[in-house]
Design a protein around this ligand. Structure first.
Ligand code: M6R
Length: 613
């Protein structure tokens, strides 16, 4: 939820830390700070607001030194002001900490510390960590031991970095539980630490990732890993395949717009290496699946959050229609509290862009504790959800920076389609002609998406006419019902307009009372098996003076006459239609927000990775 960057080496740390923080702002952006260590002295700068404000501050008053830590925050304890911004110091100003996560026993620890005479300078839970490290250091004269003792006191999930004047030639990075990743980047006589790859990938691609309950003692020459008992553990340094350029906005105004347009390429990338063009077969080696194993699967239980959960709902239709395996979908924030029935033959499948979402990781743990096989579809390479799953499909779409998820919605739909075809084939339930047809359809998707994106100007014109609306209803049915949810989510998160996604058949059971000439109703009416039902939905809405914006297929004169506005899409096989119907809805939300001058990539109150419950 927060972003951490640290550097130790021979270069000036401040620009490296600042640049890394800018790349991590998607994780939180309500306050920012950094600390630089030079000549056994720590200097701190902190601001309320974004990294740009921190940059302005340090431009006026630069800090020089080759060891530094920085933080961009998404507030959990205490308002987002300068005082609560990280880094936080222990009482003697010798130890500073940046931290991601929530100290769940914060009140208890704070009381203990206050009883020992510690005076708190902030309202944050993180400050307890700085004080504990300081107290344990006084007792042991050993910083690494002090950090280990502190970690043992903390409840909850954490990623943190400690810098000190007492042992100035090292940084200590640690991870406890699933509060997001801690990546260590290895350079030439320099080391980088970050919550996520894009922050440091400009400097090095050679990285390793901390496991839970491990800490790293990081010096200019490298790192040593140990567990909470101080026993050495191994870490494998690997080259990460991402291109740093992929994390730049390029010619686009916002990352979200760039990522919407990237979908032609990202969809081609997610297919890449998975299709045998000769045999028209799918190959998903990351799942470690044999025909015998596939035949034993009785049910797939999909769990995920937000946009990823809507992808899972589309996946239900795909897997049930193509592979005839029953699928249940539950949001991950409910999963572990629902005591889900996971009988033999059930596979739990999680979907996550970040691979760090706390609820999703907790759902994986719940499934594990019940002895269930767990698969994941994940984008972030090296993330927890990718590493701990028994089988995984990588989205292969590159970094997604915009808080509103776009390319990480469409790619997993194709991954689920491939999974459905793969399962059906392994289980022996797919005739060759049908398989060839399904694969041919799949291969056309990037070009359908390209044609849908080419209508951006038309979507922007409609957005101009509706940019002042108070709210909107989104309706869909069948495989496009989750697209109504997703379209509404996109609008509300970046434009702050109230939007509801509804299964169209439910309208008459209540929501139709909302319809009048001021309430636009966005109806997904592509050529799928529910098309006629959607046409009658449009008629019912028009009969109540509602304004209809329809998503419809090129040449559909019936809808052209009925609807007030039509966002046209190319004709597409219905099983793959969600990947195309969602495109005008992503563009519509984007342009409504852009026309209202809103901060699209960093909408209020949100963060890209939700690593707290
Ligand atoms: O990283 P994840 O895919 O696990 O994230 C799940 C949700 O937090 C995420 O999809 C969220 O709903 C997005 N902001 C939607 O645009």
């Amino acid at each position: 939820m927060c972003g951490i960057v640290a550097y130790i080496g021979w270069q000036d740390a401040m620009p490296i830390v600042l640049d890394g923080l800018k790349k991590l702002e998607y994780r939180g952006y309500d306050s920012a700070g950094l600390a630089i260590l030079e000549d056994k002295k720590i200097e701190i700068r902190r601001v309320a607001g974004k990294v740009a404000a921190l940059e302005n501050l340090v431009c006026e008053n630069p800090l020089v030194g080759s060891i530094g830590i920085g933080h961009t925050r998404w507030a959990t304890h205490g308002v987002p002001n300068e005082q609560n911004a990280h880094p936080h110091m222990g009482v003697s100003d010798r130890i500073v900490v940046v931290h991601n996560g929530i100290v769940e026993n914060f009140l208890e620890l704070r009381e203990e510390l206050v009883a020992k005479g510690v005076e708190f300078k902030s309202e944050t839970d993180t400050e307890t960590i700085a004080h504990l490290v300081e107290i344990y250091y006084r007792e042991t004269n050993d910083l690494v031991l002090a950090v280990r003792k502190t970690l043992k006191k903390l409840k909850g999930a954490h990623g943190l970095v400690v810098m000190s004047t007492v042992e100035p030639e090292k940084l200590i990075a640690a991870r406890l539980g699933n509060a997001g990743g801690v990546a260590l980047g290895v350079g030439e006589n320099e080391m980088f630490i970050a919550s996520d790859i894009p922050a440091i990938v400009n400097h090095t691609r050679m990285m390793t990732f901390l496991e839970s309950a491990h800490l790293a003692v990081v010096t200019r020459d490298g790192f040593m890993l140990q567990d909470l008992e101080g026993d050495s553990v191994n870490g494998v340094v690997e080259e990460v395949p991402w291109d740093a350029v992929a994390a730049e906005k390029g010619k686009y105004r916002h990352f979200m717009q760039k990522e919407i347009h990237e979908q032609v390429r990202s969809l081609a990338d997610t297919l890449s290496g998975r299709i045998d063009y000769e045999s028209h077969r799918i190959w998903l080696p990351g799942l470690n699946l044999s025909a015998a194993k596939a035949k034993k699967i009785k049910k797939i239980f999909i769990t995920a959050c937000g946009t990823a959960a809507y992808t899972g709902m589309v996946g239900k239709t795909l897997i049930e229609q193509i592979a005839r395996v029953p699928v249940e979908v539950m949001v991950a924030s409910e999963f572990r509290y629902a005591d889900p029935i996971l009988e033999e033959g059930t596979v739990v499948l999680v979907i996550s862009q970040s691979g760090e979402t706390a609820d999703t990781l907790a759902a994986m743990e719940e499934a594990r504790s019940k002895g269930t096989e767990v698969w994941s579809i994940v984008n972030a390479i090296g993330s927890q959800a990718m590493r701990v799953a028994d089988g995984s499909i990588s989205m292969q779409v590159g970094p997604e920076i915009g808080v509103a998820s776009t390319k990480a919605f469409t790619a997993p739909v194709l991954d689920l389609y491939m999974l459905a075809v793969y399962l059906a084939d392994l289980r022996g339930g797919l005739e060759e002609a049908r398989r060839i047809e399904l694969i041919e359809d799949l291969l056309s998707v990037p070009s359908f998406v390209e044609r849908a994106l080419a209508r951006e100007d038309q979507v922007r014109e409609v957005a101009e006419r509706y940019k002042d609306m108070q709210g909107a209803l989104y309706l869909g049915r069948g495989i496009n019902m989750p697209i109504a949810y997703e379209g509404a989510l996109k609008l509300k998160e970046i434009s702050y307009k109230h939007a509801e996604g509804y299964p169209a058949g439910e309208m008459k059971h209540g929501p139709i009372a909302l319809v009048d000439e001021h309430m636009p109703v966005i109806v997904i009416a592509s050529q799928d098996p529910w098309y006629d039902k959607m046409v009658s939905q449009i008629e019912q809405t028009k009969a109540r003076n509602g304004k209809v914006i329809a998503i419809a297929t090129d040449g559909d004169e019936r809808i052209g006459e009925l609807a007030d506005e039509v966002l046209w899409i190319p004709a597409v096989p219905w099983l793959l239609s969600p990947v195309v119907t969602v495109i005008p809805l992503q563009l519509f939300a984007y342009h409504v927000a852009a026309l209202n001058g809103l901060d699209i990539d960093q909408p209020r109150n949100l963060a890209k990775s939700v690593t707290v419950e």
